[in-house]
Design a protein around this ligand. Structure first.
Ligand code: 4NP
Length: 150
């Protein structure tokens, strides 16, 4: 299984999703690949946001090996599952797809926890107290990904 986590900047939410998913893959001895990307280009080349690094560290997850990159059309070919953090990310990715097969790879990540509810992982960039909540939501969702596909 090859999984891509996508948010807007690829510095707050999707780097955490990548780190959490990698930790669970390792715990479960799965031969999966995970990466993350942003629909926007502002932070390309940057480390994750310090607040995401900190909340990851609190939970024993190191995300300092990551560098932000922008989502590209070639990601539809490289990955089996593409998880968007919110509806805006979802729409931006789907808009770039070329066919139904590519479109069907894209899912809102919180629908793994509450199917069909189209719940958002809130953007924590503006404000300081959203990061633990984001971590907890993504931890639940990544656990469900393992349950479903592992
Ligand atoms: P992310 O958070 O999409 O979770 O990485 C954001 C990071 C940067 C910006 C917005 C959201 N920004 O506007 O620069």
């Amino acid at each position: 299984m090859k999984i891509l986590m996508v948010c807007l900047g690829n510095i707050c939410r999707s780097p955490l999703a990548e780190g959490i998913m990698k930790a669970k893959i390792e715990e479960n001895n799965l031969d999966w690949e995970v990466d993350s990307a942003g629909t926007g280009s502002w932070h390309v080349g940057n480390l994750p946001d310090i607040r995401s690094i900190k909340v990851g560290k609190t939970h024993g997850i190191d995300i300092t090996d990551q560098q932000a990159r922008q989502f590209t059309k070639s990601d539809f070919e490289k990955f089996d599952l593409i998880f968007a953090m919110d509806a805006s990310n979802y729409q931006n990715i789907v808009r770039m797809s070329n066919n139904e097969d590519q479109k069907n790879k894209v899912h809102l990540i919180m629908n793994m926890v509450n199917p069909g509810m189209n719940q958002t992982v809130p953007d924590p960039y503006y404000g300081d107290d959203g990061f633990e909540n984001v971590y907890q939501m993504l931890d639940l969702a990544c656990g469900k990904v393992i349950e479903k596909y592992g």
